[in-house]
Design a protein around this ligand. Sequence first.
Ligand code: R1P
Ligand code: URA
Length: 236
Amino acid sequence: MIVTTHIGAKAGDLAETVLMPGDPYRAKWAAETFLEDAVCVNEVRGMLGFTGTWKGHRVSIQGSGMGMPSLSIYANELIRDFGAKTLIRIGSCGAMQQNVAIRDVILAMTASTISTPSTHIFQSLNFAPCADYGLLNAAARAAGERDVATHIGGIYSSDVFYSEHPDLDKEMTRHGVLAVEMEAAELYTVAARYGCRALAVLTVSDHLQTGEALPPEDRERSFGDMVEIALEAAFS
Ligand SMILES: O=P(O)(O)O[C@H]1O[C@H](CO)[C@@H](O)[C@H]1O
Ligand SMILES: O=c1cc[nH]c(=O)[nH]1
């Protein structure tokens, strides 16, 4: 029997493949919408987790919370205590390029960052967090078969939602960074440490240049393309 500090599930309750939205209610919606026989396996701190099947494959969907310190707790416990092998973030993000529109999907090849909870490990090294290539390639194929605009490239994992660095945002736009979110760099780093596969599949909910922003209910329960792309990539 395994119950960690933050995941109140028993050994075997979680699958080797875990989708990780920041929002626990997106986890609930995605489990109810896309999984068969989904059962709730975690309610600790309201960070809901579910396990069910998709096309016969066992899969869990566990909320990560917002920001890298929170994601890091769940990724560590999922991998070290529950045996997760494939972790795919399904998150919202803010577009940083004019050619990226609201509701477009982004596959994060790399995640630049100022710091993550893992930064101290690397001393003076600027570690480059990157996606698992097999997952990225499979997600690109899955996205290509859907009627959704998809961009593949670098994103920025920020510690803040409300940026006080317009100069830095501008430089990232100038250097082709597609979007900003708050978890992928730590997910990629923790996965690399334990030899696991990781990818972030994101949907654009905000636009830093136009000021557009989707309402909370859309972020919770309308990003179905990214969920299906993540599931198809995980089991291709
Ligand atoms: O929609 P989620 O997955 O939470 O992701 C994004 O939304 C949150 C901020 O609103 C941050 O967690 C950011 O990364
Ligand atoms: O602008 C945004 C939208 C989602 N998540 C972020 O971190 N920033």
